[in-house]
Design a protein around this ligand. Structure first.
Ligand SMILES: Nc1ncnc2c1ncn2[C@@H]1O[C@H](COP(=O)(O)OP(=O)(O)OP(=O)(O)O)[C@@H](O)[C@H]1O
Length: 219
């Protein structure tokens, strides 16, 4: 369903030298896969990999397929691809402070018109019914995380990418988010999660480690 083939990407270090971040990296997520954890030490490229998968970073060599289609490597076409197929929960949630919860979830839905029923349904899915009018700066970390997830789910994406989704949360809240992910997977959503958390990794079907510019399987 998603396939990265021989992805190569280099970055420029602060000292001006180029470093090979991805060195012929391959990744396959099949229709039957529910969740993949991407592990690896800090700086190994996990967030960059998610940005490539989201079509946000198109500066790479190699091929990225979504189904039979090659994912485009120009910004406008890859933005269309992302809007259609990918839900992205970033490390910092990226909620807009000057809008309420419903308006933030609305940002994840394409097209015009009243989407309030869909917004309420998405909020119900993350156990935030009734939060529509709440200002985002009044949310707890766990609630903000769930609004970011609701926004990612609103377009009914093929895949949800989550970057360190429980990094700033306590253990109980982390458990709640993982239960929510499991529930969403039961209902057909697929997840690729970059994480340092062993708890999150163990909750995923597959664990891959990003090291030396490639993904290798871990038990
Ligand atoms: N656009 C860019 N230009 C230059 N360097 C970049 C760019 N994007 C990322 N990097 C560098 O690439 C390396 C990988 O960064 P990335 O954030 O993907 O790592 P990570 O594995 O997610 O790290 P962490 O676990 O700390 O979040 C880092 O050294 C980072 O500074």
């Amino acid at each position: 369903m998603l396939q990265l083939e021989s992805i190569t990407k280099s970055i420029r270090e602060p000292n001006g030298q180029r470093r090979l971040l991805f060195d012929g990296l391959d990744l396959s997520m099949f229709e039957s896969d529910r969740s993949i954890a991407i592990l690896g030490r800090s700086g190994s490229g996990k967030s960059t990999l998610l940005r490539v998968l989201a079509g946000l970073d198109v500066a790479y060599e190699g091929r990225y397929y979504h189904g039979q289609d090659l994912v485009p490597q120009n910004s406008q076409a890859s933005a269309d691809f992302r809007m259609k197929h990918i839900g992205f929960v970033t490390q910092s949630y990226d909620l807009l402070d000057d809008r309420n919860v419903a308006q933030n979830v609305r940002l994840g839905i394409a097209g015009r018109g009243d989407k309030s029923a869909l917004i309420s349904q998405c909020l119900a899915e993350v156990q935030l019914s009734g939060f529509e009018q709440k200002r985002v700066q009044h949310l707890s970390g766990g609630e903000a995380q769930r609004v970011a997830i609701a926004r990612a789910l609103a377009k009914r994406p093929n895949v949800v990418l989550a970057d360190e989704p429980t990094g700033a949360l306590d253990e109980t809240t982390e458990r709640g988010i993982l239960d929510l992910f499991a529930d969403l997977q039961d209902r057909g959503s697929k997840f690729i999660i970059a994480t340092h958390s062993e708890t999150v990794a163990q909750a995923c079907d597959y664990r891959l480690v990003l090291a030396g510019g490639k993904l290798v399987e871990r038990d």
